[in-house]
Design a protein. Structure first.
Length: 286
């Protein structure tokens, strides 16, 4: 009786499953490619044929990383249902949630969190909130904040999420962070978000940061104030010079101190205060 050789697909699947089971690194596989390209039917066929969904490349990239980085929701669903490790880290330390946030895919973010992904993974690199700020997707930023993302997560290169939002000039993301209680004067090598706003010469950003309590006198590790990063007589220079000369109003000082006393995510606490609606709007920046 003649015994036929196993198909190429079956052989690769069995080899991949064995390698994945012992945790070794492998090169890119068909399941990585299908996930990267968003080919859900092909991905399902590969999973059904026995491919391990937790295979990793030499950079520790899993198929779930690939699908999340490109916002392929259906592929993410298939991989998670097949047992993909939701908090797997690649060689840079990024989790699939970091990649979904970088892609600005709110659907993938929700799927990952529903399957137990950590919104604040123990990383020394950019957090999911950092990545969402880089992508400029304010809906993702707001959602991550609502589910408990650390507003003051610090990356040695980027600083806080607010630093990232301001450096990239994503005003909506910056406002979402500030309204949630992010520290407007948080420092990265003594450099604040206002330094970033001055460097990119963005007046709207400068005005918003100052309105939330940004200190125009803070100096970075080079001894420079935000205004030192503007061009003489430029609109941003004149804007910062105005704020340097103009003292805070009493109403502004009261708003800063009240929000500081309430801590992070102060909005819900503010609505419980027995104060007139007009004051509530003022304190919540509506």
């Amino acid at each position: 009786m003649e015994i036929s050789a196993p198909s190429v697909t079956a052989s690769v699947a069995l080899r991949g499953q064995a390698i994945g089971d012992i945790g070794n690194w492998v090169d890119r596989t068909p399941i990585h490619d299908a996930s990267r390209n968003g080919c859900a039917p092909q991905l399902k066929e590969l999973i059904d044929s026995g491919f391990c969904v937790n295979l990793v490349t030499v950079e520790s990239i899993t198929p779930l990383h690939e699908a999340c980085l490109r916002g392929h929701t259906h592929c993410v669903q298939l991989l998670l249902a097949a047992g993909a490790q939701v908090d797997a880290r690649n060689v840079d330390g990024s989790t699939p949630l970091c990649d979904a946030s970088a892609a600005g895919s709110l659907e993938c973010i929700k799927l990952l969190l529903d399957h137990g992904a950590k919104v604040n993974p123990p990383l020394f690199t950019a957090s999911p909130l950092h990545e969402a700020c880089m992508s400029g997707k304010s809906d993702c930023v707001k959602f991550l904040v609502d589910v408990g993302a650390n507003l003051e997560a610090h990356d040695c290169h980027f600083g806080t999420p607010l630093h990232v939002a301001c450096a990239r000039e994503h005003l909506d993301c910056a406002k979402a962070l500030l309204c949630a209680g992010a520290n407007v004067n948080a420092a990265k090598l003594h450099e604040t978000a206002l330094h970033h706003a001055a460097k990119v010469k963005n007046n709207d950003l400068i005005e918003m940061l100052v309105d939330f309590g940004g200190n125009v006198y803070n100096k970075d590790n080079r001894g420079k104030k935000p205004s030192d990063y503007t061009w003489p007589n430029s609109p941003s220079a004149k804007c910062l010079e105005y704020y340097e000369k103009m003292p805070r109003t009493l109403s502004q000082l009261c708003r800063f101190n009240l929000r500081k006393a309430l801590g992070q995510r102060p909005v819900q606490k503010i609505f419980k205060l027995n104060i007139p609606p007009g004051l509530i709007e003022y304190v919540t920046y509506n």
